[in-house]
Design a protein around this ligand. Structure first.
Ligand code: FPP
Ligand code: MG
Length: 279
């Protein structure tokens, strides 16, 4: 167990940690804050294996970690969080694991939209990005309920990618555009002008700000077909050498501090440049 999680098991320490986390959150809020952060929550099965736990317990521990991280994200003022909760490729895993992941999604979504829980507290609109047709009916019903119940929340967004791959996102965007053209809803001039912006306007993340930080845990340095389109030239990629259930707000705070410091330097540089041009 990560040292921070272990320390949290003591009630007084828990109070102290919450207090220091609040102080730290306020410090982070004084600098530039990213608008959009995405996570590849990798390492749940290794976490379970190392503790001789069942795979589903590893994924449940992964959700607990996500809940802490989300809390910090929205407290700091991050507007959009996008998480890779289930890849289309994950359907190739043993049925028992796929069922467990579906059940976690169903129960945790219900929990998140409960009055006074995460969505309510931070004004989060929950969105599910991916292939609806691959989702079992009972899970889809809860997904629709959670999107419907939170659709008027305007403070922040939680994109849950489920079942998702980036290449599918890009292909769906293309299909949308072709369909519009077939229905004659795009003029020949529009068709001639199809560009990055047109593609962007049809991606699952269409109304989200540009992705500022992509974090992947577990020491694996791959994108695994996630946010390939959204990972533009100014997106910071952070590969973290710890398993997702061990990824706590303190580790994330270091990433935010680093990003905030670099952003502040970049803004300062631009300011000096424009001052020099003005002279
Ligand atoms: C990757 O670790 C993790 C997943 C495939 C599932 C992540 C899902 C959650 C944390 C639950 C999210 C639920 C909601 C409702 C948002 P892995 O299984 O690849 O582990 P490994 O790399 O150690 O094999
Ligand atoms: Mg993995």
């Amino acid at each position: 167990m990560a040292i921070m999680s272990w320390i949290r098991t003591f009630p007084l320490m828990q109070y102290f940690m919450t207090y220091t986390q609040d102080v730290f959150t306020n410090i982070l809020k004084t600098g530039p804050v990213p608008q959009h952060v995405a996570f590849v929550m990798d390492g749940n099965r290794r976490f379970a294996r190392m503790r001789k736990m069942e795979v589903k317990e590893g994924h449940s521990a992964g959700f607990e970690s996500l809940a802490h991280i989300l809390e910090m994200c929205y407290q700091v003022g991050i507007k959009v969080v996008t998480v890779y909760a289930f890849s289309i490729e994950n359907f190739k895993r043993p049925p028992v694991e796929v069922d467990a992941l579906m059940e976690i999604a169903r129960t945790k979504l219900l929990q998140m939209i409960h009055h006074g829980d995460l969505a309510d507290r931070f004004g989060i609109s929950i969105r599910i990005l991916g292939q609806r047709k691959m989702i079992p009916a009972d899970v889809l019903a809860v997904i629709d309920q959670s999107m419907e119940m939170t659709k008027n929340n305007k403070t922040a967004i939680l994109n849950i990618c489920f079942p998702y791959t980036s290449r599918d996102d890009i292909a769906c965007s293309m299909q949308d555009i072709v369909e519009l053209a077939e229905k004659k809803q795009l003029s020949p001039e529009d068709i001639d002008m199809i560009d990055e912006k047109t593609m962007e306007d049809h991606m699952f993340t269409k109304d989200c700000p540009p992705l500022d930080i992509l974090v992947r845990t577990s020491g694996v340095e791959r994108f695994s077909d996630f946010m390939l389109w959204q990972g533009h030239q100014d997106c910071t990629v952070e590969f973290v050498d710890c398993l997702w259930p061990d990824f706590d707000p303190w580790r994330f705070a270091q990433i935010l501090l680093r990003w905030g410091r670099n952003k502040a330097l970049e803004l300062k540089g631009k300011e000096i440049e424009s001052d020099m041009k003005a002279v």
